[in-house]
Design a protein. Sequence first.
Length: 190
Amino acid sequence: MKKFGLLIVLFAMALGSHAEGVGSSDSSEYLIKAGFIYNFAKLVEWPTIAFPHPDSPIVIGILGDDPFGATLDRTVADKKIEGRAFVIKRLKWSDLKNFKDCNILFVSSSEKDHIDSIVDAVKFLPILTIGDTPGFAARGGIMNFVVEDNKVRFEVNLDAAKHADLTISSRLLTLARIVQQVRADGRKPE
């Protein structure tokens, strides 16, 4: 029950006053995921090198097909975390060099064939990788959305977060399912 209460609080904080302004065409699943992404930004600590200036924005990249539409833009509009506003960039696979400008990289399920290459490209960079493809976290992504019993949940790969030099709040980790990374041959790394 305590986990459920914290989940409700996280979601309510993300939506704020935008909940009543959301159009019926928006997917409730991606509205919830947008709220989670905003709250992940509040509950993850980046190393100082991740931001060139004290007021540099938090850059969210959406790689591949954008399942959010305008929902993520509305969720983070006019919000700041520690004085940092949000900037959202839509990226394609060919924009590989621009991934490195992101603090958060949402990897759409349309990029499922490129997951290993994407993870390798940003593995040691301070980028919070988030996906919604089965096995994304187990393949080296940091966070992965899963839908269970019609509820959005998330997985966290702590080893991947450590490689990226990101610290994830224990409050967030209590809600997550922790996953271990598996190698291409299906075994866990030694």
